[in-house]
Design a protein around this ligand. Structure first.
Ligand code: TRP
Length: 340
């Protein structure tokens, strides 16, 4: 029996933060260890280039950094195929054929792309590659015949677009070559969208409100000690609010079952008054360090041998390429353009 295929990817636009970790990375490690799936994880550098064409440096550097984050978080190249999108030319070729099955109007309706266009301020100069990236994403997914694609809820339109392309292709060429994927979305919204240290809805590099897997202990401590709590909780005796208080929000996300009694007691004490922010922050620091300390240590170890990290990426890309190439040849046969 062949195992169901899971594929997911990240745009390499910076180091990964703990929002990525609780939102998806941690879950990928669990899926890997279940051993029930054939797992592919990749760095979507071509997709990242669709809005960074003239400054590729960040993306190039992020390849090594994100690969280190993967390994540090526990992804094991013996169990997961980790690869780089740009090293699989078959993906671009598939994109070419899929483009003929999607109208311009359909691309312009994609709500995630619309939001991004507004945020990025392209004005009238939207790069064609940017508008088309959902089609290239369909190529990423279908090249590996992925059954499941774990992603954030913002990626729903991409999964829907992929499913449409699959149906349209199989129907046009009267062959079930491509597989319709299903998205897997975070169950726990609190973890799916970890807010920033400042209480902002999103943890992001540009807002400078994140904790990174690569952060050292001092940086982690400074960041936790500076977290947004309850601005009206001025004296220790004052009753404090836990809603919107990032320390308690993070405790809810990172606390393990055995911590729940302590967390509940702290919440009660904080709301009653008499529990200071420094104490709650020290406790959160302990909880975070328990999770992040081993990741940081592993990251330091892997970073000592970047040649080995790139070798891992090369091997993963070679393996991925075989699979993509097989699908491409089936696609071309179905279309009848396998001339020789
Ligand atoms: N669009 C995804 C993101 O921004 C990255 C991505 C590219 C992806 N290709 C993919 C995710 C294929 C899942 C499957 O996070």
């Amino acid at each position: 029996m062949t195992k169901p295929i899971i594929l997911t990817g990240d745009r390499p636009t910076g180091k990964l933060h703990i929002g990525h970790y609780v939102g998806s990375l941690r879950n990928r490690v669990l899926l890997q260890n279940e051993g029930k799936y054939d797992l592919f994880v990749f760095l979507a550098d071509q997709q990242a280039l669709t809005d960074h064409a003239k400054d590729p440096q960040t993306i190039i550097e992020s390849i090594g950094n994100v690969a280190l984050d993967y390994l540090a978080a526990g992804l094991d190249p013996e169990k997961v195929t980790i690869f780089i999108q740009s090293q699989i030319p078959e993906l671009a070729e598939l994109t070419m054929y899929y483009m003929n099955l999607v109208s311009l109007a359909r691309l312009e309706r994609n709500p995630t792309v619309k939001t991004e266009i507004a945020q990025k301020g392209f004005g009238q100069s939207i790069p064609t590659g940017f508008l088309v990236y959902p089609i290239s994403q369909a190529a990423d997914i279908t090249a590996f015949k992925a059954n499941y694609v774990p992603v954030g809820t913002d990626q729903k339109p991409m999964i829907e677009q992929t499913r449409e392309i699959v149906r349209s292709f199989n129907n046009a060429y009267q062959k079930d070559v491509l597989v319709e994927p299903e998205g897997i979305y975070p169950e726990n919204e609190a973890a799916g969208r970890l807010p920033g240290l400042d209480g902002n809805a999103k943890m992001s590099k540009s807002l400078n409100n994140g904790i990174y897997l690569a952060d050292d202990m001092d940086t982690l401590k400074k960041k936790v000690m500076g977290m947004y709590t309850d601005p009206n909780h001025i004296r220790v005796e004052d009753p404090g609010k836990i809603e919107g208080n990032m320390v308690f929000h993070y405790l809810d996300v990172f606390g393990r079952p055995e911590d729940q009694a302590e967390i509940a007691a702290m919440k009660e004490h904080y709301q009653r008054g008499g529990l200071g922010d420094v104490k709650t922050k020290r406790y959160l620091l302990e909880i975070l360090e328990r999770e992040l300390g081993p990741i940081r240590e592993r990251r330091i170890e892997f970073a000592k041998d970047m040649v080995q990290v790139y070798d891992m990426l090369r091997k993963g890309s070679e393996k991925a390429r075989q699979k993509a190439s097989q699908t491409l040849s089936e696609v071309k046969s179905a279309m009848g353009i396998n001339y020789f």
